[in-house]
Design a binder for this molecule. Structure first.
Ligand SMILES: Cc1ncc(C[n+]2csc(CCOP(=O)(O)OP(=O)(O)O)c2C)c(N)n1
Ligand code: SF4
Ligand SMILES: [Mg+2]
Length: 249
């Protein structure tokens, strides 16, 4: 018998994302974990600029919209002022890894006790699908019309690996949303990241590979295959930094 899970209260408004967008799935995972942990009224979502701006109208919890790229820095300020509140930055790849790369690295470097969810959909989606540093080799975007040429633009950036290998942070993982199995794994990563902050363990980062059918110019169904077959091979999935003393992954 199929069991339908109740929609978390934080998500009672329908999302404003395109059909088949990965953002909506991640919203749901975060909302479910916040509810499981009793944090529906004790969190602030720090929104970067990108398609996640849609959450200003739909996310039922506390939130704060900040300038493009500055979300982890704003999160650090919020945590300083509200140490007992769960502080989560929710950003796109362009926001967290390009314009905001220095903020993200600095937050990892000082190991602030905040959590970042970075949605990697391999493009600047909100502004019409321009090339990002995460765009995969050969990918057609509005600013790489012939396909991304990595010889002249560099290779896809892997920020979780950079952070896990270089900084003393609490938790780093990368999940994907292309199948039910991977969505369940990603939820585990989301839970681990939030638990790490609740336990005061330090910075936690989860990158989430997400569908953007609109800018990839594929159907909502084909977007799952596109993600699995083209994006996942470039960005390995898993936990790059496990929480200390825990092997429950
Ligand atoms: C300082 C500044 N520069 C550029 C922009 C334009 N801009 C808005 S969103 C965005 C990129 C969004 O891409 P991403 O962070 O990957 O989020 P997505 O929409 O893909 O989820 C850009 C370049 C801006 N709003 N502010
Ligand atoms: S443009 Fe892409 S990332 Fe933005 S809401 Fe639509 S599918 Fe989602
Ligand atoms: Mg993006």
């Amino acid at each position: 018998m199929a069991v339908a899970r109740k929609i978390p209260k934080i998500m009672e408004e329908p999302t404003a994302f395109c059909a088949g967008c990965g953002h909506g799935i991640l919203n749901r995972l975060i909302a479910e974990v916040l509810e499981e942990k009793g944090q529906e009224k004790n969190h602030i979502l720090i929104l970067g600029v990108g398609c996640n701006c849609n959450m200003n109208f739909t996310w039922g919890g506390d939130k704060l919209q900040c300038a493009h790229g500055r979300a982890t820095s704003v999160a650090r300020g919020a945590k300083t002022g509200r140490p007992d509140t769960l502080i989560i930055s929710y950003q796109g790849d362009g926001d967290a890894y390009v314009i905001g790369l220095s903020d993200t690295i600095n937050t990892a470097y000082v190991n602030t006790n905040v959590t970042t969810f970075a949605v990697n959909n391999t493009n600047y989606a909100m502004t019409g699908g321009q090339m990002s540093w995460t765009t995969i080799p050969g990918q057609h975007t509005t600013t790489s019309a012939s396909g991304r040429d990595c010889e002249s633009t560099g290779n896809p950036i892997k920020v979780p690996e950079i952070i896990a290998q270089n900084f003393d942070v609490a938790y780093v993982a990368r999940g994907s949303l292309h199948s039910a199995k991977e969505i369940n794994k990603t939820k585990k990563y989301v839970r681990n990241a939030i638990e790490a902050q609740l336990n005061g363990e330090g910075f936690s980062l989860v990158e989430v590979l997400a569908q953007c059918p609109t800018n990839w110019k594929v159907s909502t169904v084909d977007a799952n295959e596109w993600l699995k077959d083209k994006v996942v091979p470039i960005y390995p999935l898993g936990e790059f930094k496990k929480r200390e003393g825990r092997d429950d992954k």
